[in-house]
Write a protein that binds this ligand. Structure first.
Ligand code: SAH
Ligand code: SF4
Length: 386
């Protein structure tokens, strides 16, 4: 084959990241029936099989054909850490010298996987380690759903179809999922698909800091749960903590979130309001009172997250007294208000500590004097693997 012919040979398609609709379109484009998509979805996501030769209900002829034009590539796990409290963190290699982190948090019968959607984040919230690392790129759908595949496989959940270990997924790892809309939505829909991971729509949550135009479209594509990273009861304070608030202020954000949640067919669901409590910044009783008034007509539950410190941040964790006071005011105002317990601290896996390795295109990390924010372990591992 000469070079010109070489150049037009298409890259093999990675079936790992195709939604059901895209997989059907793929099979139809090669003259095959659409039920092949169901078979392949089950092999990959229910049984964890990524070799075509192991797909026993697919004819040899079709398997050979698939091998020429397609691959099934989950991302590669560089390293895995296990915390004393059962939390497990995966450092996952994604191309371009980048790595993202995925965290599994067991809690009794429940196992929550915290999934990343981007390499870094472009939004730069003042209290977030991921934001300080700058941004490289969106993860592909294969890289997002691949994190679920990897975790489920690591617990033997796929091959044996044994008891589910990953029962819940939160899109609360690195990145802003609404800025990687199509891939995040496709991946969440695979998580909830009966032929894939079969998670209930009440157990898959998208968390956003407030990209309102995309939130306005979300209900057309998925019915997963919604968490809003609010962190402040008024625009002046939120502008400091969550810079995207200057573009899409609180009233606009809450109105959009309410439209999403009330538009869902099962209309008893609530928006989770995430509020990271930072010592002497947003933890005063006045803030709690203002928050109670702000949310009074909206179906919400509130999740308080004590700030998790990281290198290069001068913020401090909320005191236990201030945390209790804040929670009491909200509970007395009638809100279901939970406090997120910090898990996996010994392996840097707590909320907002996820850093991975970001080949920063924005050069923001230089301004902050990185690699200070990346755990030393990750720097060592990445320099060996590149
Ligand atoms: N970009 C999305 C999802 C990822 S952040 C969002 O902002 O919602 C997931 C959650 O972790 C957010 O609520 C975020 O505000 C919180 N978080 C970030 N840094 C934190 C820190 N240092 N301590 C505690 N929570 C943090
Ligand atoms: Fe990005 Fe969310 Fe971190 Fe803000 S809190 S910088 S939106 S990952």
């Amino acid at each position: 084959m000469n070079q010109t012919e070489d150049a037009v040979v298409a890259e093999p398609v990675n079936l790992m990241g195709l939604s059901e609709a895209k997989l059907i379109a793929f099979f139809e484009s090669i003259g095959e029936k659409k039920f092949r998509a169901t078979q392949v979805l089950k092999w990959i996501h229910q049984f964890g099989v990524i070799e075509f030769d192991e797909m026993s209900n697919i004819s040899k002829v079709l398997r050979e054909k698939l091998k020429k034009i397609a691959v099934i590539h989950p991302p590669h796990v560089i390293k895995q850490w296990d915390s004393v409290d059962g939390t497990r963190k995966f450092l996952i290699e994604v191309s371009g010298g980048n790595a993202v982190e995925t965290v599994f948090i067991p809690d009794g019968e429940r196992g929550t996987l915290c999934v990343s959607s981007q390499v870094g984040c472009s939004l730069d919230c003042s209290f977030c380690a991921t934001g300080k690392q700058g941004f490289n790129r969106d993860l592909t759908c294969a890289e997002i759903i691949g994190q679920v595949w990897i975790a489920a496989k690591s617990f033997g959940q796929l091959a044996e179809k044994g008891p589910r270990k990953v029962t819940n997924v939160v899109m609360m790892g690195m990145g802003e999922p609404l800025l990687n809309f199509d891939n995040s939505v496709d991946a969440m829909n695979l998580m909830m698909h009966d032929n894939c991971y079969g998670l209930s729509k009440r157990r898959v949550t998208l968390s956003t800091s407030g990209v309102v135009p995309m939130l306005d479209k979300l209900g057309d594509y998925t019915d997963a749960c919604l968490a809003i990273s609010l962190h402040a009861p008024n625009d002046a304070l939120r502008n400091e903590l969550v810079p995207i608030n200057k573009k899409y202020p609180i009233a606009m954000l809450l109105a959009s979130a309410e439209r999403y949640i009330t538009g869902l067919p099962d209309n008893r669901r609530k928006i989770t309001i995430e509020y990271t409590l930072i010592d002497h910044v947003n933890d005063r009783p006045e803030h709690a009172e203002e928050l109670a008034v702000l949310l009074k007509d909206i179906p919400v539950k509130i999740n308080l997250i004590p700030f998790n410190p990281f290198n290069l941040s001068n913020y401090k964790r909320v005191s236990n007294n201030a945390l209790r006071r804040f929670q009491t005011i909200l509970v007395e105002a009638g809100y279901t208000t939970t406090v997120r317990t910090t898990r996996g601290e010994d392996i840097d896996a707590a909320c907002g500590q996820l850093a991975g390795a970001v080949n920063d295109k924005t050069r923001r990390s230089e301004r902050y004097g990185l690699p200070g924010v990346v755990s030393e372990d990750v720097v060592k591992i990445m320099s060996h693997s590149s």
